[in-house]
Design a protein around this ligand. Structure first.
Ligand code: FES
Ligand code: FES
Length: 151
């Protein structure tokens, strides 16, 4: 039976109906129309679905929506302000940190979470932070450079 799930998403209260088996990723994409978070694997291995849940990065494909009723969710759609890209998004562009872009929302969100906690990370810290996010295209060096440029 469907239940109403209420979330604060990117600062706004949102509600959607969800079956108990629906994931947070499905709720965001199909219930709320926020398709920036991607489904690469659906089983916690790629990080493309990363969002911040109560301030912490999570694989939203592994989280049941009904279990996080009442939570705060921050997605890639929340980063740009008044039409201007977040500095991290701009740095990914400037440093060639994306090619096909499928992994990029997840990488940007883990990098954002890292910089919130540690505004000036070392290269090693950046590499550790993004270790759970797979990218087939960039070889990661340009991603690391983009994050270091903001940190
Ligand atoms: S889609 Fe969630 S980790 Fe791959
Ligand atoms: S830019 Fe293509 S998978 Fe990362």
């Amino acid at each position: 039976m469907k239940r109403v799930v209420t979330l604060t998403v990117n600062g706004e209260q949102r509600q959607a109906l969800a079956e108990p088996r629906v994931t947070l990723l499905e709720l965001l994409r199909d219930g709320l129309g926020l398709t920036g978070s991607k489904e690469g694997c659906g089983d916690g291995n790629c990080g493309a679905c990363t969002v911040l849940l109560n301030g912490r990065p999570v694989n939203s494909c592994l989280v049941l929506a009904v279990e996080v009723d009442g939570s705060d969710v921050f997605t890639i759609e929340g980063l740009a302000r008044s039409g201007a890209l977040h500095p991290l998004q701009q740095a990914f562009i400037d440093h060639g940190g994306l090619q096909c872009g499928f992994c990029t929302p997840g990488l940007v969100m883990v990098a954002y979470a890292l910089l919130q906690e540690n505004p000036h990370p070392t290269e090693q810290e950046v590499r550790m932070a993004i270790a759970g996010n797979l990218c087939r295209c960039t070889g990661y060096d340009k991603v690391v450079r983009a994050v270091m440029a903001v940190g």
